[in-house]
Design a protein around this ligand. Structure first.
Ligand SMILES: CCCCCCC[C@H](O)CC(=O)SCCNC(=O)CCNC(=O)[C@H](O)C(C)(C)COP(=O)([O-])OP(=O)([O-])OC[C@H]1O[C@@H](n2cnc3c(N)ncnc32)[C@H](O)[C@@H]1OP(=O)([O-])[O-]
Length: 724
């Protein structure tokens, strides 16, 4: 773990490895520093990592075993380093994150490689820097910059860290030699001015306002998530209290977070996101045996909202892109929109100035000519959700594209196998479901069809990673994972309106739970016509609906025609200025309750003899969330998702599920499956005509088996995925 190597006497080099058992590193650091302190031959110490990496911080898995109140030994060692009478220099290569940056802040000097980056990401794990970071960083770089780093957890490159004052020198190469050189140079010089614990936080005239604005900002950004708020409190302590008391406050807040449950959820998400990259399918294909093919040139068909976002994401990742439209006018409109998206993205990334090649428009070609797609390595079709149109395009692509090209369809629900059937290469056809706005949203559902080859899956996953997205491999069914679970959730929201709720009450309950947007604000934003078109396609409404069908039943299932009626009244949501809410003008964003809708609902209930009743928040949450979770269990049992973690990653990165609640399946595990089952049973007895409320057989089985932990669920699933 750590070498006490006298390779360059009189400077002693303490090396420690990347992510490891924190107590072993702490022990070794402690011994090394103590030994150097008493060794008269040692004049200075350099601390560095092995294999070109300083350290990614503490082992996140180790937090589950830390008890609130444990002796914070890392903090003690950092104090020891800082107190050392011999200069200690941190040589940062690769990265210094979390506890590792805290170690570096305890050192008297910091030298970093130009490609190294540093950060305090604890907030993203539901914690705060617990080894003095919240007290030392503000003393080093001032409160505004420290607040920014600590409350967001962002990483900064060495150049920015130098500008901020976190590091003292940047090296293009030989960082450790440079650190040794510096250590020799400063040996014998007084160290008090380099000990951050002895420094005062730089006072600012508007400090109170800075701190209270930061609190308002984090509360707004992370609804209900505690860690950003606690980070602000800890930084506030650095301003208001002497160092030792500030450290005590930091520890108190750290322990509070550690026992909050949110930290557990956020750490679960960290590992779930990584687990999702290790995909398997029910047929036994897996990430271990399939390798991604190199993708140099991508073609995108269709420059509507989705196509524009996808093109922007590809160009941002410096891929060569051909964008195709069907007529000159649409091509010009699409090209203008992409250019402005790229400009906006560039302005959001100040470092673009240093990398003029990023977002390079020369990487992008617009065309009307299908034959230009001939040599594309991968094509993403992003036209309307119209099966006939998609099949026509895939038939054409199959004939035009070179034999090795992969053919992807951006669809949110349609059958991948049917689309693939229009080609002569179904093994190279795959679904890539991007989320709107596609240049912003992180998620891509990667849907494999019956014939999709493992190489095609690996290539689509590789592409997602290249463009900075999180791919999750799922099976093929209507709505895949995300939209299939969203359907019963949105359905409940509308049923609740029929029974007496107002859109705002339903939205407030779910926004209070932590969603950025409640279901009605979300539907208004997405456009109500999208679902209407889909329901017409399915024959649930419109000309294909059998005459004489009762308004509120389809077969024996309860159906609400309310969303259809809104569309028939021209209310498509934000884009028409009217939907479940009213907006100042078409395209405006502020949703206001609409008296028209209120009266319309009263008339609707009268016409259908529905007696409105008061529905409390608990019922709103349980009916919306538990039906969504119930569908998740069905999806696991069907083998459409191979793990609960995959579902959780989809919901967090595609649907705005509050991250600090760990995703719907993790949330279910925290509530306890017996409670979820009991509630579903209660509601399904009250609403026997809502089949999606009937508890899934898999949920019942898990309750019968004694509510096993989430990690064990899949060993009991009917359709077990192979872990080859
Ligand atoms: C009273 C007590 C006092 C306590 C004091 C508190 C101290 C301190 O404040 C707390 C911390 O340091 S908090 C820590 C602050 N630090 C952070 O939050 C850093 C979190 N890590 C990251 O951001 C990214 O992993 C890197 C950027 C390091 C690498 O990115 P990349 O190159 O894309 O690679 P990748 O795919 O992401 O990871 C590769 C493998 O490594 C695994 N793993 C990684 N880090 C781990 C960790 N810390 N732990 C465990 N495992 C970790 C990862 O799961 C994966 O495993 P798999 O089995 O192969 O799937």
């Amino acid at each position: 773990v750590l070498n006490y190597a006298s390779v360059h006497p009189p400077v002693h080099l303490l090396r420690y490895t990347v992510v490891q058992d924190i107590s072993a590193v702490v022990r070794a650091l402690e011994q090394g520093v103590k030994k150097a302190d008493v060794d008269p031959a040692v004049k200075a110490v350099v601390i560095c990592g092995t294999n070109g990496t300083f350290s990614a911080g503490a082992d996140i898995r180790g937090f589950s075993s830390i008890q609130a109140g444990d002796r914070p030994s890392l903090a003690s060692v950092i104090d020891l380093i800082e107190r050392s009478e011999k200069p200690v220099v941190a040589a940062i290569e690769g990265m210094a994150l979390g506890g590792a940056l805290e170690v570096a802040l305890g050192c008297h000097y910091r030298v970093a490689h130009a490609q190294a980056w540093v950060g305090l990401p604890e907030v993203t794990l539901g914690l705060l820097p617990g080894a003095g970071g919240t007290q030392r960083l503000p003393r080093l770089i001032g409160v505004p910059a420290a607040l920014d780093l600590i409350t967001t957890g962002k990483h900064v490159l060495a150049a920015e860290a130098l500008k901020l004052g976190i590091i003292d020198e940047i090296m293009e190469e030989n960082t450790i030699d440079a650190a040794i050189h510096l250590a020799n140079k400063v040996s014998g010089q007084p160290l008090n001015s380099r000990r951050l614990s002895l420094k005062q936080v730089q006072s600012l005239p508007n400090m109170d306002a800075i701190l209270s604005e930061a609190l308002v900002k984090v509360k707004k950004q992370a609804r209900g998530c505690l860690s950003p708020e606690m980070c602000v409190q800890a930084v506030k302590a650095s301003v208001q209290l002497p160092f030792t008391e500030g450290i005590r406050k930091e520890r108190e807040l750290f322990n509070l977070l550690l026992s909050s449950g949110q930290a557990k959820a956020l750490q679960y998400v960290f590992f779930a996101q990584r687990a999702a990259q290790k995909w398997t399918t029910s047929s036994g294909a897996s990430w271990k045996t399939a390798s991604a093919q190199p993708i140099r040139k991508v073609a995108v068909i269709g420059l509507g909202t989705m196509g524009r976002g996808i093109v922007t994401s590809l160009v941002k990742a410096k891929m060569s892109v051909v964008a195709l439209e069907q007529d000159q006018k649409q091509l010009e409109v699409g090209a203008r929109a992409v250019t402005s998206l790229l400009e906006r993205e560039a302005s959001k990334m100040p470092w673009i100035g240093q990398r003029p090649d990023a977002c390079d428009p020369a990487l992008l070609q617009f065309t009307l000519d299908f034959s230009v797609l001939q040599d594309a390595d991968l094509v993403i079709e992003a036209v309307f959700e119209d099966m006939a149109l998609k099949k026509e395009i895939f038939h054409k692509l199959s004939a035009i594209c070179k034999p090795g090209s992969f053919l992807c369809t951006n669809t949110s629900a349609l059958d991948i196998d049917e689309i693939a059937s229009a080609t002569s290469r179904p093994h190279q056809v795959i679904g890539t479901h991007f989320f709107s706005p596609a240049h912003v949203m992180k998620l891509v559902e990667i849907i494999h069809g019956r014939h999709t080859s493992p190489i095609t899956i690996a290539t689509a996953m590789g592409l997602a990673k290249t463009i900075g997205k999180i791919g999750v491999v799922v099976g093929n069914c209507f709505g895949f994972v995300g939209n299939r679970m969203m359907a019963p959730y949105a359905e409940q929201a509308v049923f609740l309106l029929e029974e007496g709720c107002k859109p705002k009450e339903v939205d407030q309950a779910l926004e209070g739970f932590g969603f950025n947007l409640g279901p009605f604000r979300m539907l208004d934003l997405a456009g109500l016509d999208v679902g209407w078109r889909s329901r017409k396609g399915q024959g649930l409404t419109g000309p294909k609906l059998a005459p004489g069908t009762p308004a509120r039943l389809r077969g024996r299932r309860r159906y609400s025609p309310l969303p259809d009626l809104l569309c028939e009244n021209g209310r498509y949501g934000q884009k028409t200025g009217r939907g479940w809410y009213q907006y100042e003008k078409p395209g405006a964003r502020i949703a206001n309750p609409d008296p028209w809708l209120h009266n319309f609902l009263i008339r609707y209930r009268d016409a259908h003899h529905i007696k409105a009743r008061f529905i409390d928040e608990e019922e709103i949450l349980e009916r919306c969330l538990y039906t969504l979770i119930n569908e998740g269990f069905q999806i696991l049992d069907d083998g459409i998702a191979s793990d609960p973690e995959d579902i959780d990653v989809i919901y967090i990165y595609g649907y705005g599920w509050p991250k600090h609640r760990g995703g719907p399946m993790f949330y279910a595990s925290t509530i306890g499956l017996p409670r979820i089952l009991a509630k579903l049973q209660k509601y399904s007895e009250a609403h026997p005509d809502i089949p999606r409320m009937q508890p899934s057989a898999f949920l019942k089985k898990l309750v019968f088996l004694g509510n096993p932990p989430l990690k064990e669920w899949m060993s009991h699933a009917g359709h077990q995925s192979s872990k080859l």
